[in-house]
Design a protein around this ligand. Structure first.
Ligand SMILES: Nc1nc2c(c(=O)[nH]1)N[C@H]1C(S)=C(S)[C@@H](COP(=O)(O)O)O[C@H]1N2
Ligand SMILES: [Mo]
Length: 538
């Protein structure tokens, strides 16, 4: 302890300037202050844009599709929180290194802060709802806060190295005598300033986090107060025989429903100021308040949603009873599409868009604007107060959540994912999955129930077959159906004999078309191939 102490004091006596450690801490705190300031300013602006979210969005859309899909497979729905944490860590870490290197040239740090702010601002502009003015305000405030704080902290840490050196030469022995005392003084004032800054950053972060949470709670209260109208037309109740013991239920509880979106912060949309507009290539562009929409006759439909990114055997597929107003009714109120209309493009409060050919809206699949899911107003993560549901189309071209407008347009005006290279044809491919046993399970010999689900929305499921090793395909027993737009659960009693076995499943359309065994990975369209598992029979 004593040797360390004397070593330190000897070192500081000879280098009375700013230490690398002080520079690093200052850089770190400056970046944190910049971030928190940007988030606070964003929160104060209309629609509460977030620079962090904007940059995150842009990263999501800019990474190569293979990398993004790989990451999503790897970390699942944790992808967004992890991305956010990653951005913050890179920023703070980079700022610490730069802060250490710039300690005697604060101007260099300031330039870097400005460069990063301009970069972050332009990244976020391209991919979110934030306006140019808002982005300039947010990034500007962050940059000012960051560079001012760094300057302050460095000034508190002592003079720059050049000044220390010339000082020492100028006043010679006197300065040398005073050196330890002066270093002590600077060190203390630096620590005080840094502690103050840290407290400020922490308080700021807590305040903005709390404000975001309060906003969310406010919308939860609005949501809880919604009184849903009774649907005018309803799909029949779910038959008791629609379920199969031992696998997830035929209707997915809202809390278990898969979630896919690009939102880091969920859009918080208030019904009191909500309007849904229907415009573009329609005879009479129109818009309706939430109350007006709730007063319209509503339908209730059981529809299975599927994400195009669902790999073979994956779980980005869920089934719910949705309630809403048919798109057809809204189109009628808007005087119908004009002759040049080719596409229905949904727009979200968060800037997301998804579009599908008008032809598919009119081929009998009955797209609708949904307000409720399994008897409850839409949960916020599933699009409260309104979203589109189009039976038989993947979510990326159709299921716009936090829906604020629907525009009829031409096919050139592509939606978010199609713009990023995904297939324009978003019709769902028939698929099937084995839910039990699980891959690599060990089961006892004898009668083993193999069970799962199959879906081909808008087309329906005609049959399901199971293959054990290379034996002939066997018909599985279908559970009761819930209409052509919903998945169908199935089971197959397998007389399992000891050894290692492979189980495969395929679905058959009502017209006898058999699910393709062609193996294709996700992107630019859906994956295909047969779900196959290995099981050990003990
Ligand atoms: N606003 C918005 N809506 C969106 C998305 C999105 O990123 N933003 N993702 C779409 C995709 S890719 C899918 S698969 C479905 C998923 O809906 P869910 O999260 O309710 O399951 O929402 C669609 N609607
Ligand atoms: Mo999706």
């Amino acid at each position: 302890m004593t040797t360390t102490g004397s070593a330190t004091s000897r070192q500081t006596a000879t280098t009375a300037g700013r230490t690398g450690r002080q520079g690093a801490l200052s850089g770190f705190l400056a970046a944190a202050a910049a971030l928190v300031t940007a988030e606070i300013v964003g929160f104060l602006l209309p629609d509460h844009p977030s620079l962090l979210q904007g940059v995150g969005d842009r990263i999501i859309t800019s990474v190569p599709d293979g990398v993004r899909e790989g990451l999503i497979q790897l970390v699942g729905t944790l992808d967004k929180p992890l991305l956010l944490i990653g951005i913050v860590l890179v920023l703070l870490g980079g700022a610490a290194v730069l802060g250490a290197l710039s300690r005697d040239r604060p101007g260099q740090f300031r330039v870097a802060v400005i460069v990063v702010a301009v970069l972050a601002g332009s990244l976020s502009l391209g991919s979110s709802t934030s306006t140019i003015v808002g982005t300039v305000l947010i990034a500007g405030a962050g940059a000012v806060a960051g560079s001012c704080l760094y300057g302050r902290l460095m000034a508190a840490a002592g003079p720059v190295a050049d000044a220390v050196a010339s000082d020492a030469v100028a006043v010679d022995t006197v300065a040398f005598e005073d050196e330890p005392a002066r270093t002590q003084l600077h060190r203390r004032s630096f620590l005080r300033a840094a502690a103050l800054a840290a407290v400020g950053v922490a308080v700021g972060a807590a305040v903005v986090g709390e404000a975001r949470r309060a906003l969310g709670n406010g919308i939860e209260a609005v949501r809880a107060a919604v009184v849903l109208p009774r649907p005018a037309i309803s799909d029949p109740p779910v038959p008791a025989g629609a379920n199969v013991v031992g696998i997830a239920p035929a209707i997915t509880p809202n809390a278990d429903f898969y979630r896919v979106d690009t939102a880091l912060y969920l859009p918080q949309v208030d019904t009191s100021s909500y309007t849904l507009s229907l415009g573009g290539l329609v005879a009479k562009p129109s818009s309706w308040s939430y109350a007006q929409l709730m007063a319209m006759p509503q339908v209730e439909r059981i529809v299975t949603l599927t994400c195009v990114s669902n790999g073979v055997g994956g779980d980005l597929v869920s089934n719910a009873r949705w309630q809403g107003v048919p798109l057809r009714a809204l189109l009628d109120l808007a005087g119908g599409p004009t002759s040049t209309a080719e596409q229905v493009l949904g727009q979200s409060a968060d800037g997301f868009t998804a579009g599908f050919p008008l032809e598919l809206a009119l081929d009998g699949r009955e797209p609708f604007v949904a307000f409720a899911m399994n008897g409850e107003p839409l949960p916020v993560e599933h699009g409260f107060p309104a979203r589109l549901v189009v039976p038989g189309l993947y979510g990326y071209v159709s299921a716009t959540k936090w829906l604020t407008s629907i525009t009829l347009t031409t096919l050139d005006d592509v939606g978010y994912w199609v713009g990023l290279g995904w297939s324009m044809d978003g019709r769902i491919i028939g698929a099937s999955r084995i839910d039990r046993p699980k891959h690599d399970d060990t089961v006892p010999a004898g009668s083993v129930v193999v069970a799962g689900r199959a879906w081909h929305q808008h087309v329906g499921v005609g049959g399901v077959q199971v293959q054990v090793d290379s034996e002939p395909w066997q018909d599985a027993t279908l559970a009761d159906g819930m209409g052509t737009n919903a998945w169908r659960l199935w089971s197959y009693p397998w007389a399992a004999v000891s050894g290692q076995h492979e189980l495969k499943v395929r679905m058959i359309d009502p017209d006898g078309t058999v699910q393709s065994s062609l193996v294709r990975s996700v992107f630019p369209g859906a994956s295909s191939g047969l779900d196959t598992i290995s099981v050990t029979v003990a």
